[in-house]
Ligand binder design. Structure first.
Ligand SMILES: [Zn+2]
Length: 297
């Protein structure tokens, strides 16, 4: 039995946007929607603009993530409360926008033990900056609270993005893109031209690549690792795993199996049916999978 990486696609790609800039609310969202692709918007507790737009975006399948309460730089000598920046911010954003926040992005990509301490047990994953390795391969082990990203700058040309997307497919990897602003309005950090964003979306639409919010792909990958470990450790027909509390949303894994005709898969008493695509869809949140012999007669 094998879990298909990246939801059965040849690679994965996430577009993430920081700071809730006006150009994201007024331009990026529309461009993403015109390609029918969903992005992740990391917002802070301190900002209150475009509340209605963000709420709608969330309902429409985009992800809202936690970018801390005050976007502070946690440096010595300054007043900094990691619990407030990480955990209180998450609850605050959930209340304001009406949904469950799964992920975090470090302000200024500045990672500290204090933030990590509170992220563990409350968030599925956290996005870091560029550490030189942005091709994340499914078989590798990643630190869920230091997931690297490619930082988009104004002068990053479309050729660079195209090469990166090609490489992601070649290496069957996940690439996370970090964007701050889109050219046109506002004064966000390193705005990228609208044509470049469209070019990136155009390119990923043509490829066999899973384009989904950061939290969705992170959840899939993390769930995959948990179930794979459980499969290795369980030699019986019952595979059991723990579902961490922060898996607040349903995560479905695609599984390939050359199961003998005599056997079937069950999750909490329900038969897992083979899809027309030839794979099984198992619900990670069920916490178990059973391989049983079909009843005769
Ligand atoms: Zn920021």
């Amino acid at each position: 039995m094998r879990i298909l990486p990246w939801n059965g696609y040849g690679g994965a790609f996430s577009l993430t946007f920081d700071d809730g800039d006006v150009s994201q609310a007024k331009i990026a969202l529309h461009i993403l929607d015109s390609f029918d692709k969903k992005g992740t918007f990391f917002l802070t507790g301190g900002q209150s603009a475009f509340e209605k737009i963000w709420k709608e975006a969330w309902i429409n399948g985009h992800e809202l993530g936690n970018h801390s309460m005050h976007h502070k730089l946690p440096i010595t000598g300054e007043e900094y409360d990691a619990y407030e920046e990480v955990v209180k911010a998450k609850h605050f954003l959930e209340k304001r926008y009406g949904g469950v926040v799964l992920t975090y992005a470090y302000p200024y990509s500045f990672i500290t033990d204090g933030q990590i301490k509170y992220l563990q047990g409350t968030h599925i994953g956290a996005r870091a900056g560029d550490d030189g390795q942005v091709m994340l391969k499914a078989e590798h082990n990643v630190d869920w609270y230091r997931i690297p990203s490619f930082v988009a700058t104004t002068d990053t040309d479309i050729v660079t993005y195209k090469r990166m997307i090609e490489q992601a497919v070649e290496e069957r990897a996940w690439v996370v893109l970090m964007i701050h602003a889109i050219e046109g309005i506002g004064s966000g950090y390193e705005p990228i031209p609208q044509e470049v964003l469209k070019g990136v979306l155009d390119e990923i639409t043509k490829k066999n690549i899973w384009v989904a919010p950061f939290g969705e792909i992170c959840a899939y990958w993390r769930a995959q690792k948990i179930v794979e470990t459980a499969m290795r450790e369980n030699k019986t027909e019952n595979i059991v795993w723990n579902v961490p509390a922060f898996f607040k949303r349903k995560t479905v894994l695609k599984v390939e199996s050359d199961l003998n005709e005599k056997y079937q898969l069950l999750q909490n008493g329900n038969i897992v049916v083979k899809t027309t695509g030839g794979f099984y869809e198992i619900v990670f949140n069920e916490g178990m999978l059973q391989i049983v012999e079909k009843r005769k007669g």
